[in-house]
Every structure is written in structure tokens, then in C-alpha cells.
Design a protein around this ligand. Structure first.
Ligand SMILES: CC(C)(COP(=O)(O)OP(=O)(O)OC[C@H]1O[C@@H](n2cnc3c(N)ncnc32)[C@H](O)[C@@H]1OP(=O)(O)O)[C@@H](O)C(=O)NCCC(=O)NCCS
Length: 186
């Protein structure tokens, strides 16, 4: 799977699978979003090579899906501006379920990149990993993410009150899921 989308400003974005040489770009993008401090329930940036290597090896071993958005005219690590991962759950009896995570670099939001990343990752997770259902979780305050997930057809199936505490603020966690066959039918 590899496709190119053209943004309104004319810039081209390549949507494709992860390669080993993308590790620094992926984690730079993650650490930048982490610094925004309101979207991810994590405090510690990933900086060490050994952490990045272990993440990459895990994806390879587990054959997990990681779809990237790349600006081909930019040099690594600045070229990776979005990523969507569909990972396996820890349970042996839940191999038909994938857990979705996504981030898009602040400068490139609200241009449709998130939509294309999730759409591609969902399709690839069925084709390559036989996934049937995708689950995700999101802060209840994350309006753009919730809008995007609902637009794609994710349904809210639960809410954990005050599940996260960051910078003196409690956040409720919303749990959503989507059946891939229903998604593909639409
Ligand atoms: C959530 C995220 C991945 C979306 O990526 P994106 O590339 O901006 O997604 P898209 O452009 O495809 O869609 C964004 C949608 O949100 C809408 N939106 C933006 N701000 C909004 C708001 N305050 N309220 C409601 N909708 C909003 C946009 O209009 C757009 O919808 P549309 O296409 O129907 O007009 C991106 O905002 C992001 O990385 N955020 C920080 C990390 C994060 O929150 N990750 C998810 C954690 S659960």
C-alpha cells in the first residue's frame, strides 16, 4: 500500500507503511505532540535509540500495522508528519481486535491527513492481519479527534471518568469501537 495525496496548498504527502529508517521521524513527531501536553496520557518523551529499536522490533515481530504520512521533500526526521498504528491486544483470545493510535503534526492538522491515515490503517489491518474490530480511547476534551472518529463510523461504547490526571486537570477517557466490515460496506 502506497498512495499520494495532494494538500490544498499543493504539497504532496505520501501515505505508506513504516520502514526501519523512519524510527527517528516517528518519535520526533510523537515527542512534539507530547509537548503540547493535552492529547496523550504520557509524560516522558522517547529519546533513547534502544527504546526506538525495541518499539520497531516489536512492530516487526507482531506484524503490527503502522501507516505513515511523509512529506517527501523534507529530510529525516522532519519528513514524518503523521502516523497511525494498529497494535495487537495482549490477550490471546482477542487477536481479531486491533487498538488504534494516531497523531498528526500540529502544522498539518485539519487537512484530511488523519482521515486518510486511519482509513488506510483500517483496510491494511483487515487485509494483512485479519482484524475484525478496531478499538481506541480518547480524552473527552479532544474535540477534533472525536469528530474524526465519529465521521469514520466509530461508536462510543464507554466512558471512564477522571481516568487521567495531567497538569492538575482530570480527563475522562472515551472508549470507541468500529467493526471493519460495517466500515467497508459504507
Ligand atoms: C486527532 C488528529 C489525529 C486528527 O488529524 P487531522 O489530520 O487533523 O484529521 P482530519 O483533518 O482528517 O480531520 C480533522 C477533523 O476535525 C475537525 N475539527 C477540528 N477542530 C475541531 C473542533 N474543535 N471540534 C470539532 N471538530 C473539529 C476538522 O474540521 C476535521 O473534520 P472535517 O474533515 O469533517 O472538516 C490530530 O488532530 C492530532 O494529531 N491531534 C493531536 C494528537 C491526538 O489527539 N491524537 C489522538 C489521540 S486519541
Amino acid at each position: 500500500m502506497k498512495k499520494t495525496i495532494k494538500l490544498k496548498n499543493g504539497e504532496k504527502v505520501i501515505i505508506r507503511h513504516l520502514k526501519e529508517s523512519d524510527k527517528d521521524g516517528v518519535w520526533k513527531n510523537f515527542n512534539d505532540v507530547l509537548e503540547e501536553g493535552i492529547y496523550l496520557p504520557v509524560f516522558t518523551p522517547v529519546i533513547l535509540e534502544v527504546e526506538k529499536d525495541s518499539w520497531y522490533e516489536n512492530i516487526r515481530r507482531e506484524k503490527e500495522i503502522c501507516i505513515l504520512a511523509e512529506i517527501p521533500t523534507l529530510k529525516s526526521p522532519l519528513n514524518i508528519i503523521g502516523q497511525c498504528e494498529i497494535s495487537n491486544l495482549e490477550w490471546e483470545a482477542a487477536t481479531h481486535v486491533g487498538n488504534l493510535g494516531i497523531i498528526v503534526s500540529q502544522k498539518y492538522r485539519n487537512m484530511g491527513i488523519g482521515f486518510t491515515l486511519i482509513d488506510s490503517a483500517i483496510r491494511e489491518s483487515k487485509i494483512l492481519n485479519n482484524k475484525e474490530k478496531i478499538v481506541l480511547s480518547c480524552f473527552s476534551t479532544n474535540k477534533s479527534a472525536l469528530h474524526l472518529y465519529k465521521k469514520l463510523g466509530f461508536q462510543e461504547v464507554g466512558l471512564k471518568k477522571k481516568q487521567f490526571y495531567m497538569n492538575s486537570i482530570y480527563y475522562d477517557e472515551i472508549i470507541m469501537e468500529l467493526w471493519i466490515d460495517d466500515y467497508l460496506e459504507k
